[in-house]
Design a protein around this ligand. Sequence first.
Ligand SMILES: CC(C)(COP(=O)(O)OP(=O)(O)OC[C@H]1O[C@@H](n2cnc3c(N)ncnc32)[C@H](O)[C@@H]1OP(=O)(O)O)[C@@H](O)C(=O)NCCC(=O)NCCS
Length: 198
Amino acid sequence: MNQTQAGPLLVRRAGEPDADELARMLTGLTDLSRYFRFQTAIGSPPRTALLLRMLCPAGAAFVATRGPAIVGHAMWAWAPGAATAELAAVIAEDEQRRGLGVRMLSIAAADAIASGATHFLFVVSAANERSVRMVRRRWPDAAVERDGALLSFVAPARLPDQPEERADVVDQQTGSLERREMPAPGELRPVDDSVPAL
Ligand SMILES: CC(C)(COP(=O)(O)OP(=O)(O)OC[C@H]1O[C@@H](n2cnc3c(N)ncnc32)[C@H](O)[C@@H]1OP(=O)(O)O)[C@@H](O)C(=O)NCCC(=O)NCCS
């Protein structure tokens, strides 16, 4: 079925029960999108440990759904550096280029700020021109360092410029940011809590 026919987009906090649908979404990505998000092979289906790190980070994770299907994921996790939150997102192929990536990163960014983050970190493949441009445009004051094929952007924590509201996107954040509600901890909470890149 065409994804756009499968109901409205909802964005909500993620949790361990989302593992199967997240695995389905990741499996449906092109090799390039998977590489841009993870910079390495993630297994097919993706490893359970990776899924749990994406769903139950030391930070917060969010999914976008259309009907029963997960069509987007964004997360933040504490990273080395004073009050630094690393952010990342990945959107299903059919849903890319419609504003969902920026929208989900905005939600993750707001949640990280509410949890005390003062800086954001984005680790992006230098070949990922779309994401590099997105970070540069949305966080123009980010400092960038190159480490091999990767670019690390560190920016003062603030919300990105908001794209125009889309009528077909409904946010359903469960729990208010003010209450700083965290997702339910998973059975496996990773020792390394940074945004999983493998
Ligand atoms: C990068 C990604 C998260 C962006 O999400 P998206 O929903 O496709 O993007 P949006 O519609 O929100 O647009 C975000 C920006 O990218 C631009 N963009 C999106 N798709 C593009 C494309 N194919 N070509 C050029 N620019 C594009 C938009 O114009 C927008 O630019 P702006 O910030 O300057 O306004 C998504 O494309 C994705 O999952 N890519 C694969 C994984 C990845 O690269 N993750 C990021 C690394 S953590």
